[in-house]
Design a protein around this ligand. Structure first.
Ligand code: AVJ
Length: 323
């Protein structure tokens, strides 16, 4: 079965994407559940990644630029704490810009290993780092770090995990602990980790960061419905849904939801999914942390929090964990 759909003016030219069995299975399971949900990894196709990069430049979206400033401003302290000869292993390198910042401030880094499930993003990040730091050993690793993973051996140097952007916030706390434990095992003896974590703050600031005035985050969220139409043969009317960013005070997280404006039903892989008016699909979690909470998660995974750097407004935190 192929999912050829006509070009959609809101997402640019449609590419004939092959139907993904895993996406169909996740969609049927998640949309049959109560409340309806979908794994956030499906937000990040090429269009979703492009929109996420646009999000990082929005005035309301403070995390990316704040973390960059922390890495710049505290670069010398970070470099001193880490010392020479680090083998930097970055989980989900994105465009590679943060790695360039970090590696440029470190003393004599030994190698850079970006780890990602998508080879095409990996190559882009690896190329950017290789260009900015000629002579540095760069070894991209294709692996899904949300599951068990191994790193290639033969990297002489001090292993330093790098997990910026508060991507850890996508994980539920128990998943975050499991990831931190796996990363520690994969990095090996003497492992350290530089971890970016977004902090709990005023809920209006948080909500604006995930529901910007220009509607870029809404487009990012709604792209999931376009993707389900393209790659899972669904017949969503994206205009019949609106994006909502909710603060969940108990879990201290922002939740992204796609809310059905009216009662409707959608066909997907021969099944009918019904929506009541106002019913939502929960599409992403972004957990926010209090320093003591982040420290407890790290310790539960066998790490020790050695340092925490933050910005003057305490919006974001960068941690050095030791194994
Ligand atoms: C990529 C998970 C770090 O949670 O801030 C931004 C994703 N979603 N706006 C975040 C996101 C909507 C982002 N992370």
């Amino acid at each position: 079965m192929s999912a050829l759909v006509s070009p959609d003016p809101t997402t640019g030219p449609a590419t004939a994407a092959p139907v993904s069995d895993e996406l169909v299975a996740d969609a049927l399971a998640g949309l049959s559940a109560t409340p309806k949900t979908l794994p956030c990894k499906w937000l990040y196709d090429s269009e979703g990644t492009r929109l996420f990069e646009a999000i990082t430049r929005l005035p309301e979206y403070y995390p990316t630029r704040t973390e960059m400033r922390i890495l710049d401003h505290h670069g010398p302290d970070i470099a001193r704490a880490i010392g020479p000869g680090a083998v930097v292993v970055e989980f989900g390198p994105g465009d590679g810009l943060k790695a360039v910042r970090l590696l440029s401030s470190l003393e004599d880094p030994a190698a850079y290993l970006p780890v990602d499930i998508a080879p095409e993003w990996l190559e882009a990040a690896a190329a950017r780092v290789a260009e900015a730091l000629p002579g540095l050993r760069v070894r991209p690793v294709v692996a899904d770090f949300s599951r068990a993973f191994d790193l290639p051996g033969g990297n002489a140097g001090a292993p330093l995990g790098f997990f910026p952007g508060s991507t850890i916030g996508n994980f539920a706390p128990e998943e975050a602990v499991a990831f931190l434990r796996r990363a520690r095992a994969a990095l090996g003896p003497g492992a350290r980790m530089l971890l970016g974590a977004d902090l709990v703050k005023d809920t209006d600031v948080l909500r604006a960061a995930y529901d910007d005035a220009a509607g870029v985050t809404a487009a990012f969220d709604l792209n999931l419905l376009h993707r389900l139409n393209r790659e899972a043969g669904a017949d969503f009317d994206p205009a019949a849904f609106r994006h909502e960013a909710r603060w969940n005070p108990g879990a201290e997280r922002i939740e992204m939801h796609l809310v059905a404006r009216t009662a409707q039903s959608v066909r997907i892989a021969g099944r009918t999914i019904r929506f009541a008016p106002g019913e939502s699909i929960h599409t992403e979690n972004s957990h926010k942390y209090r320093p003591a909470h982040l420290q407890a998660l790290a310790e539960a995974a066998g790490w020790r929090a050695a340092e925490m750097w933050t910005d003057p407004d305490r919006l974001f935190s960068v941690w050095l964990l030791e194994g």
